[in-house]
Design a protein around this ligand. Sequence first.
Ligand SMILES: C[S@@+](CC[C@H](N)C(=O)[O-])C[C@H]1O[C@@H](n2cnc3c(N)ncnc32)[C@H](O)[C@@H]1O
Length: 171
Amino acid sequence: MNWLYIVGLIVFLLFSFVTLFGAPFLPTLNAQTTEALDLLDLKPGQTLTELGSGDGRILRAAARRGIYAIGYELNPVLVIWSRLASWRYRRLITVHWGNYWRHSLPLTDGIYVFLLQSYMKKLDTKIIQEAKKPIKLVSYAFQIPNKKHSKLLNGLYLYSYKIGPPKTKIG
Ligand SMILES: C[S@@+](CC[C@H](N)C(=O)[O-])C[C@H]1O[C@@H](n2cnc3c(N)ncnc32)[C@H](O)[C@@H]1O
């Protein structure tokens, strides 16, 4: 019986330690998943990145629309779970195990996040510094400070980052 407690404790610790680096696991509801993807309005063949991809439900919903989906998730239990659950979409879905603050943003057309308010400014800076092309961002529940959203739908905020080519100095 002791091993059951040990396994339970390990799983508990894995879900808890994540809060040192970001939001704890709380999945987006199915209705909001559909609405988030509608807001992003990505086309088949485009790429969605999810920072903190949880159980992978957004990645799978994106893949069902023919969208490439890249997830970053710190909790190894959720990484294994989402990889297994996404097996049939493996051509479209990649789940990276790791801390998204330590990974550069991949080439992506859209980003989905469900973080905490305290991380939103850091996220804004990360996108501005690392985006290689224009990006649409949907954030569930939390807003980017001092940035105007272009749409709001049931707690989902849509933002646009218009990243231009690097400016060359004249003279
Ligand atoms: C609020 S949940 C949202 C899950 C999923 N995005 C969804 O909407 O269903 C936040 C997720 O981010 C993960 N997470 C938190 N901080 C992280 C970090 N620094 N790097 C990678 N994943 C992180 C958590 O383990 C959790 O699964």
